[in-house]
Design a protein around this ligand. Structure first.
Ligand SMILES: NC(=O)c1ccc[n+]([C@@H]2O[C@H](COP(=O)([O-])OP(=O)(O)OC[C@H]3O[C@@H](n4cnc5c(N)ncnc54)[C@H](OP(=O)(O)O)[C@@H]3O)[C@@H](O)[C@H]2O)c1
Length: 288
């Protein structure tokens, strides 16, 4: 028997992980990606169909799951999607609250039930059903997405009206991404005085900062845990800056961290795990 029909819109790291998970649970998957060849590679490994157009993808599906990069791509989706009465569109991308709310308004006019559902956790967590999903929107739409969210997420947190899940997700990312930026500087300071990663780990042991120990090798760029690349951190902190601006709040600390990640992109660190912040400061091109 055919399982629920799902269109995965965007088959990057996260969309691919969701597709693999849901295909494994018996969902019928159709994939749409801007660069079709990437969707084709994934489709053949999970037995999914590939849509040539967005219209074909949402025409087939009961649910659309969005895993696009940023606000520009969400704006494009909302402007391009055809009338889709009855479609439940769950947006798992990380966007600004303002763009998510604007997209929801436009999509409502197309007969779509929109749910805001950004993800905490990387592609492995998502594929293994361990990711946390923050959920916001109208109750009638959240109810319609509930069984799918149960299958996809390890846990869900309802944050309130539209915009609130994106705000909570950006707030979370500001803390982790800004923390890793300063940890990268701290690792270099320690190293320049002969205090290596192992010794620094011992210094952190038993202190309130002990949890940061697992990131030491990652910020130094000697361990790559997979997951988000540098462009995601640069984008998330840029979006956080826009959201702060919209609320009239200055964001000097997260803006400085955002500049570091942008420096990483410009300096050839684009392919690295986003948190390889000491590596950005040492210069990725020199090390290659
Ligand atoms: N990676 C993580 O660990 C992680 C964790 C939590 C949340 N997220 C969020 O999840 C979302 C997806 O992240 P990801 O890691 O999967 O990113 P990714 O691997 O870079 O994939 C980005 C996807 O967006 C598409 N895209 C980019 N710009 C587009 C545009 N202008 N129009 C249409 N499609 C466009 C890409 O298509 P092409 O293939 O054609 O480039 C690709 O399918 C992001 O919002 C990210 O912040 C990521």
């Amino acid at each position: 028997m055919e399982g629920p029909r799902v269109a995965i819109i965007g088959t990057g790291q996260m969309g691919s992980a969701a597709a693999r998970r849901l295909a494994g649970l018996g969902y019928s998957i159709i994939l749409w990606n801007r660069t079709r060849s990437k969707a084709e590679r994934l489709a053949s490994s999970i037995g999914a169909r590939v849509a040539s157009t967005l219209e074909e993808a949402v025409g087939y599906a009961e649910y659309g799951l969005v895993f696009l990069l940023d606000d520009d791509s969400l704006a494009w989706l909302a402007a391009t999607l055809p009338r889709s009465d009855g479609l439940v569109l769950v947006n798992h991308s990380t966007n600004t609250p303002r763009m998510s709310v604007a997209a929801a308004r436009r999509l409502e006019g197309l007969g779509v039930c929109y749910v805001e559902a950004p993800v905490i956790g990387g592609p492995s967590a998502l594929e293994e059903g361990r990711a946390k999903v923050l959920v916001a929107g109208e109750d009638r739409c959240i109810r319609r997405a509930a069984s799918l969210l149960r299958d996809l997420a390890g846990s869900t947190v309802k944050t309130g009206p539209l915009g609130s899940a994106m705000a909570a997700k950006l707030a979370y990312n500001m803390v982790i991404m800004t923390s890793l930026a300063v940890l990268g500087e701290a690792v270099l300071l320690a190293e320049s005085h002969g205090v290596g990663l192992g010794l620094l780990g011992e210094v952190l042991e038993g202190t309130p900062l002990e949890e940061l120990s697992k990131y030491l090798a990652r910020v130094a760029g000697v361990e790559d845990p997979g997951g988000a690349r540098m462009h995601i951190a640069a984008k998330d902190l840029e979006h956080a800056g826009r959201a702060l601006y919209d609320s009239g709040i200055p964001g000097p600390v997260s803006a400085a961290a955002g500049n570091l990640y942008r420096m990483g992109l410009a300096g050839g660190c684009g392919g690295y795990y986003y948190g390889a912040t000491s590596r950005i400061l040492r210069g990725c091109r020199q090390e290659e």
